[in-house]
Structure formats: structure tokens, C-alpha cells
Write a protein that binds this ligand. Structure first.
Ligand SMILES: Cc1cc2nc3c(=O)[nH]c(=O)nc-3n(C[C@H](O)[C@H](O)[C@H](O)COP(=O)(O)O)c2cc1C
Length: 120
């Protein structure tokens, strides 16, 4: 299965990684981490639809990104920029979005994401 790199600020993405059983996933803290070859990136959205800075740095330094999974919020304050980090990354790198989940996601989300990762 393809490698996974992720970042998490308040723990939602970390929980998703746990629910998927991705024990080898690489946690991005400051964006200086390195991954060899192809990988899928998991990220939250910050600001008003912004990609976290550490994710931007990581993607710029690690050219093998193949797909993205986003965790955002459907709360009123975020709905207009729901999962824009995943959208931004998809556009910038020309890669598909596997899923855009709300918070920690549903069991259906996990089944879909797992199936997509297993195919890669
Ligand atoms: C300051 C702040 C800004 C946010 N902005 C957005 C946003 O623009 N769009 C969105 O979908 N979610 C937004 N969110 C929600 C987070 O992306 C969402 O809660 C995510 O699950 C957090 O993942 P984490 O717990 O792994 O850090 C924002 C959250 C915070 C605290």
C-alpha cells in the first residue's frame, strides 16, 4: 500500500489515521520531514480555507504526492471554505481528492478511504 503523510492540530486527522490502522504513517510537524517515493497526504484546513504552512513546505520538498484526503468542518463558520486545503492541493499538484470529511469522518468515509489506499 502507498505511504501516508499527515498533519493534525487538534487531533481529528490523527484519529482518522488511527481508525484506518495506518501505523506507519509519517506525521508532519514542521514540514521538514522527508518521504521517499509516492504518498498520499492527509490534512486539515485552517484560516479561511488555507492549507497549513507545514503541509505547503512538505509538499514542495517531497515531489511524490499522488492524492489527498481532507478533514474540515461543516460548521457555519467554515462551510464556505469546506476542506479548501484538499481543494488547493488537488489543483496545485493535479491530483485527485480521495475524500473530504467532516471532523473525524464517518465509518463510511473510512471504508471509502481504505479501499482507495489499498488500490494505490
Ligand atoms: C482557526 C480554524 C480555522 C479553520 N478553517 C477551516 C476552513 O476554512 N474550512 C474547513 O473546512 N475547516 C476549517 N477548520 C476546521 C478544521 O479543519 C477541522 O476541525 C479539522 O478536522 C481539524 O483537524 P485536526 O483536528 O487534525 O487539526 C478550521 C479550524 C480552525 C481551528
Amino acid at each position: 500500500m502507498i505511504k501516508v503523510a499527515y498533519t493534525s492540530r487538534t487531533g481529528h486527522v490523527e484519529k482518522i489515521i488511527g481508525k484506518l490502522g495506518l501505523t506507519d504513517a509519517l506525521k508532519i510537524n514542521d514540514g521538514t520531514e522527508k518521504v521517499d517515493g509516492e504518498y498520499v497526504i492527509f490534512t486539515f484546513t485552517t484560516g479561511k480555507g488555507k492549507t497549513p504552512k507545514q503541509v505547503e513546505s512538505f509538499l514542495a520538498a517531497n515531489p511524490g504526492v499522488k492524492a489527498v484526503v481532507g478533514s474540515g468542518s461543516t460548521a457555519k463558520s467554515h462551510i464556505e471554505t469546506f476542506n479548501f486545503a484538499a481543494e488547493n492541493i488537488s489543483k496545485a499538484y493535479g491530483i485527485p481528492i480521495i475524500a473530504k470529511v467532516d471532523g473525524v469522518g464517518t465509518e463510511e468515509d473510512m471504508v471509502l478511504i481504505k479501499a482507495a489506499l489499498e488500490k494505490m
